[in-house]
Design a protein around this ligand. Structure first.
Ligand code: KIV
Length: 303
């Protein structure tokens, strides 16, 4: 494991890449050199990681190709986010995404991941109406697609949803702060939890989710000190995206992390320029086809 498995589950002989720690991270003493372990990440490891102050790493993945790369690099949690809508399906927001859109993506990631915990987002309209609706959608994610847990957006008013799923054997990750599915009512992509009242509300929401059985809470676009306060009072890990360093783990949309587009959000760091590299490879391929240098003799089958 990169950082969060207990020592007895770390394998010094695992031949795969040692993964880096997340940008920022929880207070604690995790070492970036910790050795990747092939063992599976399970829900209890998340809480153990928090107790040890070892930062959790989470990235979105929407297909088998990236899931394999991220899993082998030691990412602890693969989130099949409803951000598939704006990142892969060319929608402007996550709102049009359906459970049927999500299932094939979750299936590809869950079939591929050997070690990471696979979390599936419940898309807009698939869970809010009632705990029963939420349960039905979550069951599809586990039964038809192989997810290990689900995530949905919202606070205290969804505590009953979390309770029912948890009692039914479905681990739940909460999502507070800026919740993209509510962007119409929030007035766009805006930092949430600013000011005493809003910060208190965020803390109360996080505690309600934890009390109902949530295994972790994503905090999106929340002032650093507010995220730190939530992290301090919560018994379960907080995973930040635009929430500063004083959280228990970090998540990024992989295309932002890898530099796939010319723009990335202020809270994201581009850890590579994969988009530029892919464009260069594509141009080289097209040029080799056009000048007939590809395929060469070594690519041709003999009769
Ligand atoms: O769908 C998604 O990618 C997410 C992350 C922003 C946490 O929910």
């Amino acid at each position: 494991m990169t950082s969060s498995l207990p020592p007895e589950q770390r394998s010094a002989s695992a031949g795969t890449a040692a993964a880096g720690t997340p940008s920022g991270g929880a207070p604690g003493s995790a070492s970036p050199e910790q050795v990747h372990s092939p063992r599976k990440v399970r829900v209890h490891h998340l809480r153990q990681a928090k107790e040890r102050g070892e930062p959790l790493t989470m990235l979105t993945a929407y297909d088998a190709v990236t899931a394999r790369i991220f899993d082998e690099a030691g990412i602890d949690i693969l989130l099949v986010g409803d951000s598939i809508g704006d990142n892969m399906h060319a929608h402007a927001t996550t709102i049009p995404v359906t459970v049927d859109d999500m299932i094939p993506a979750v299936r590809a990631v869950a079939r591929t991941a050997r070690r990471a915990l696979v979390v599936a987002d419940l898309p807009f309209g698939s869970y809010e109406a009632s705990p029963a609706q939420c349960h039905a959608s979550a069951v599809r994610m586990l039964k038809e697609a192989g997810a290990h847990a689900v995530k949905f957006e919202g606070g205290e008013h969804l505590a009953e949803h979390v309770r029912l799923l948890t009692r039914s054997g479905i681990p739940v990750v909460g999502h507070l702060g800026f919740t993209p599915q509510a962007e119409n009512i929030l007035g766009g992509k805006r930092v949430q939890g600013r000011g005493h009242e809003a910060a208190d509300r965020l803390v109360a929401d996080a505690l309600a989710l934890a009390d109902a059985g949530a295994i972790a809470v994503v905090l999106e676009m929340v002032p650093g000190p507010v995220a730190a306060r939530v992290t301090e009072v919560l018994p379960i890990p907080t995973i930040g995206i635009g929430a500063g360093p004083e959280v228990d783990g970090q998540v990024l949309v992989w295309t932002d992390m890898a530099g796939m587009s010319s723009w990335s959000p202020r809270f994201a760091r581009r850890f590579g320029e994969v988009g530029a590299e892919l464009a260069a490879a594509t141009r080289a391929y097209a040029s080799a086809v056009r000048d007939r240098s590809f395929p060469a003799a070594e690519h041709v089958y003999e009769s």
